[in-house]
Design a protein around this ligand. Structure first.
Ligand SMILES: C[S@@+](CC[C@H](N)C(=O)[O-])C[C@H]1O[C@@H](n2cnc3c(N)ncnc32)[C@H](O)[C@@H]1O
Length: 231
């Protein structure tokens, strides 16, 4: 696990000072996963590739130093926790609607002594009421289809900031059908970037959505409405 992690971080051009903290997070994750549903990935090498290095790749594509970042639907902490561990200057909010996962993440933050991390148990569409346009970046992986996700994430982003949506490379159609929602919510697709996870054949994609205008006040709507009638 350790050799694979250090090699992968080097291939991404990232330092490996944070490797011990990431490895400890991996241990805590796999330990807790025995009694709580945190991740379907249980092989330690896969945790390194598909969770840690996949998350870390974002740091090679966007400058998150000293930025406020919210990870919407963070689950067991991806991508937010590796981003924070690898780039401590990030002011990170880890947001999830499942309280048990947030409690686990708070325990990890305490044990690793991470500063400037808020672990928040809330639904994104409710959290937005108090935190509209407050973050430089929203990030999200494996939470919902892109038009739904944009309604959850774009209201949280400041004008000039970005929503970075982590998707598969087969997301062309999904992006096309989300374009109307992105425009209504004040966003604009700036670019997509494909990257290969070091040590694997897996290629993933980040969609960069820039916040170019304020999100109209009526968004986000309650989740039942978002789901029933996506933009
Ligand atoms: C499949 S998991 C993905 C977790 C993590 N992002 C990852 O890539 O491993 C989706 C997570 O999103 C959370 N979620 C779904 N809808 C949400 C919402 N509206 N607000 C906050 N969290 C939400 C779920 O509780 C779950 O933990």
């Amino acid at each position: 696990m350790e050799a694979h992690l250090r090699k992968g971080l080097a291939e991404l051009g990232l330092g490996d000072d944070a490797a011990p903290s990431l490895l400890r997070f991996g241990e805590l994750l796999l330990e807790k996963n025995k009694v709580m549903n945190l991740t379907a990935i249980t092989d330690p090498e896969d945790v390194v590739s598909l969770h840690f290095l996949d998350s870390a790749a974002l740091l090679t594509l966007a400058d998150l130093k000293n930025k406020t970042v919210v990870d919407v639907g963070t689950g067991a902490g991806f991508p937010g926790m590796p981003l924070k561990i690898l780039e401590p200057s990030i002011r990170m909010t880890l947001l999830d609607s499942l309280g048990k996962r947030i409690t686990f993440l708070q325990e990890v933050c305490n044990e690793l002594g991470l500063q400037n991390v808020q672990c928040v148990h809330a639904r994104a569409e409710e959290f937005a009421a108090e935190h509209r346009q407050s973050f430089d970046f929203a990030v999200s992986r494996a939470v919902a289809n892109l038009s739904v996700l944009c309604e959850l994430c774009l209201p949280l982003v400041k004008a000039g900031g970005y929503f970075l949506s982590m998707k598969s490379v087969e997301s062309d159609e999904e992006l096309e059908s989300a374009k109307k929602a992105i425009k209504i919510l004040g966003g604009q697709v700036e670019r997509t970037a494909d990257y290969q996870i070091p040590g694997t054949e897996v290629v993933h994609r980040v969609i960069f959505i820039k916040k170019i205008a304020e999100t109209p006040k009526k968004y986000p709507r309650p989740f039942a409405k978002i789901k029933k009638n996506p933009l």
